[in-house]
Design a protein around this ligand. Structure first.
Ligand SMILES: Cc1ncc(COP(=O)(O)O)c(C=O)c1O
Length: 434
């Protein structure tokens, strides 16, 4: 099997380093933010030349089956005709104009119709917009300051969402953020009691999808107890569905887990890659929502709204979550079985449509010094061998399945995975064998 070369990506990265800063994961620069973690891994491409369906091509012409889906936004396949056509039509009529476009109402009606708890919808750009706004709405509604989150959470990159002490933040940013352990209801209840009458909201993803660690589903009855506690104590329950949204249940991932929050944040996949996010909520919070001032120059872009409307309609038409859950399970089951043939235990956690992978033979993974959250060793090496053969996985982050991933992708991925297992077996021999 051909091993990819990324000569042009490396040349472009050298150029980029001179004019574009980096991040804690890529201090040398050229790429920042969530794309920066992949830069330091051996054999990873950095720049793309084109994309289509479930695949993208890097600037060196190498083809990849994309299991990151742009970190979530791509859900129907790149360049989806109906979505792109809807956006193009709206671009022709106008995108950023001095008035709102009627498509904004169509989109709000679609979301209110689709998402069980939604009585209204507010549109923004990135996922951190609705997560920030949800906390403001909760504080406006309750007159309280404190916010409960689960350890290992990610709700965006605003200062209050970062680990205390992160460069550029001050201690006041996180002064009212209380972290509790995922699935530990007893600890949550104690925390609420200790801060009685002071908690504005609890914000959480619908299941636990931290980086590096196995993802964790809610324990039986966990969400139902959390919902009841929040109701009893007047705490606003916010689901951050920015990452999992539309890959579990179109009515909100909370429906998949059988509970009802007060607010839900959507982003990433809602327009198949066009920039838009949304906060939806119940009538009980409509007044608090209207009391908060929150906006942005680009919030009324009409073309992404048209793209979102087309995306949501297509997702509904084809029952997309069912397709992605089944496809993800099929591809992952195949990978686990191939891993077993080579003496490796590949653990798959999280939703099958958003699988996190980890070879457990070397446990825990070896963290890379100086690059927080990144690791090296057996699992990272296997991922890297897969990437260099055309399956774009990431070692420290959950993956994403789209409705464009098909049987041909599955077979190609299994072939690549097998070759990659042979490569790591050659490197490590019987070390770590179970
Ligand atoms: C669960 C979750 N919430 C919020 C965000 C922030 O979204 P954005 O990066 O679009 O601001 C992300 C982004 O990865 C996320 O995964």
């Amino acid at each position: 099997m051909k091993i990819y070369d990324q000569k042009k990506s490396k040349e472009l990265l050298d150029r980029a380093k001179k004019v574009i800063p980096g991040s804690p994961l890529n201090p040398e620069g050229g790429i920042y933010g969530h794309y920066s973690g992949s830069v330091s891994a051996t054999g990873n491409p950095v720049f793309f030349s084109r994309s289509e369906g479930s695949r993208f091509w890097d600037v060196d012409g190498n083809e990849y089956i994309d299991y990151m889906c742009a970190y979530g936004p791509m859900i129907l396949g790149y360049n989806h005709p109906a979505v792109d056509e809807a956006a193009r039509e709206q671009y022709k009529k106008g995108n950023t104009v001095s008035l709102a476009a009627p498509v904004m109402i169509d989109l709000a009606e679609e979301l209110v119709d689709m998402v069980t708890i939604a009585d209204w919808a507010f549109f923004a750009k990135n996922g951190a917009d609705p997560t920030n706004l949800s906390v403001m709405v909760a504080r406006a509604a309750t007159g309280r300051k404190k916010v409960i989150v689960f350890e290992g959470f990610y709700h965006g990159s605003s200062p209050w969402m970062q680990a205390a002490g992160s460069p550029g933040t001050i201690e006041e940013d996180t002064a009212h953020i209380i972290q509790v352990t995922w699935n530990d209801y007893g600890q949550l209840e104690r925390t609420v009691d200790e801060n009685d009458g002071e908690i504005a909201c609890l914000i959480s993803s619908p299941y636990h999808h931290p980086i590096v660690m196995d993802n964790e589903m809610p324990a039986d009855g966990f969400w139902q107890k959390v919902e009841a506690l929040c109701k009893k104590k007047g705490i606003v329950l916010v689901v951050d569905d920015v990452r999992a949204g539309f890959r579990a249940d179109l009515a909100g991932s909370n429906e998949y887990f059988g509970f009802k929050p007060d607010l839900i944040c959507f982003g990433k996949a809602m327009a198949n890659g066009y920039p838009i996010s949304a906060l939806v909520g119940t009538d009980a919070l409509r007044e608090a929502m209207s009391s908060v001032f929150f906006t942005g120059t680009q919030f009324f872009n009409a073309a992404p709204m048209a793209a979102a409307l087309a995306t949501l309609r297509e997702l509904k038409k084809i029952d997309a979550p069912k397709i992605m859950l089944e496809t993800g399970k099929k591809i992952m089951d195949g990978l686990v079985s191939i891993a077993g043939d080579y003496g490796y235990d590949l653990r798959v956690s999280g939703l099958p449509s958003m699988p996190f992978l980890r070879i457990t033979n070397q446990d825990p993974p070896v963290l890379t010094e100086g690059l927080p959250g990144l690791h090296t060793g057996l699992h990272a090496d296997w991922i890297s061998e897969c990437v260099q053969r055309g399956a774009y996985f990431l070692d420290y982050h959950n993956h994403f399945i789209s409705t464009a991933h098909n049987d041909e992708d599955a077979q190609r991925t299994w072939d690549i995975a097998e070759d990659a297992f042979k490569a790591v077996k050659k490197k490590y021999g019987d070390q770590f064998q179970k």
